[in-house]
Ligand binder design. Structure first.
Ligand code: PRT
Ligand code: MG
Length: 220
């Protein structure tokens, strides 16, 4: 049995064409079904529906053989292992080029970020991406107090809880709707295939087949 961990929503939607390229059709729609284990047209392949942030955990601890996760989520997950994907027991063979966005610093339109940085002020930064934010500001030599949030980061500067946020941006509509402006582009984000290293050894042929099918589907 090959078990693939996926999250509902954009990653699931954008993964379906890749699965199809590997000859795999998921038999149920996770948005409609309450099932957490979905069968596929291949009796030896199943899909686990998990929280996006839990995908690397399922793969690392062998609950799934492989999974698809945003680079943002993967970097935060492996921070505990010194930022090293393979130290976390994971193998990352492919950038799937799906669910693309960027991770940025944003502030209220009336906050003078450039001056704050120039003056060496200590910035209060709210984010779900504590490891990415810590690394970014450390490299820039900016002192920050990080405030961990689990969602709706955009609110923090609006209520005076933070000077800045570090969050994912795609169209920029969410920032605009909340009168925030992007002041730094930290990195581009896309989703990655991650594989459990032990599973790759034990089930090499079927896992390689999936990796190869995904790789040729991306190249198209
Ligand atoms: O539920 P859980 O907290 O576990 O995960 P999640 O809510 O982060 O899952 P999901 O499905 O929303 O995101 C999964 C992955 O999709 C992320 O880890 C990213 O790698 C990728 N992705 C791509 C995005 C976006 N684009 C995106 N735009 N994830 C989130 N957003 C959000 C962003 O956080 C912000 O609130 O969309 C808003 C900004 O979008 P724009 O278009 O208004 O700029
Ligand atoms: Mg979300």
């Amino acid at each position: 049995m090959i078990t693939l961990a996926l999250s509902k929503g954009r990653i699931f939607e954008e993964t379906l064409p890749l699965l199809r390229a590997a000859g795999i059709e998921v038999l149920e729609d996770p948005e409609k079904s309450r099932k957490l284990i979905l069968a596929t047209n291949q009796s030896d392949v199943r899909v686990l529906v998990v929280r996006a942030t839990d995908v690397p955990t399922y793969v690392q601890y062998g609950g799934a053989d492989l999974g698809i996760t945003g680079k943002d989520t993967l970097l935060e997950h492996v921070a505990e292992w010194g930022g090293n994907v393979s130290a976390a027991g994971l193998y990352q063979p492919l950038d799937l080029q799906i669910a693309k966005c960027r991770i940025s610093v944003a502030v209220r339109a009336d906050f003078d970020y450039a001056s704050a940085v120039r003056q060496g002020s200590r910035l209060k930064v709210a984010t779900k991406y504590v490891a990415i934010a810590r690394d970014f500001f450390a490299t820039k030599g900016v002192h920050v107090d990080l405030i961990k949030l689990y969602g709706s980061m955009e609110l923090a500067p609006l209520v005076g809880m933070a000077d800045a946020i570090v969050d994912l941006v795609s169209t920029g509509n969410t920032l605009r709707a909340n009168h925030l402006v992007e002041v730094e582009h930290i990195m581009d984000i896309s989703s990655r295939l991650v594989v459990n290293q032990a599973a790759l050894k034990l089930k090499q042929a079927p896992i390689r087949n999936i990796i190869d099918a995904f790789a040729s589907a991306i190249a198209k």
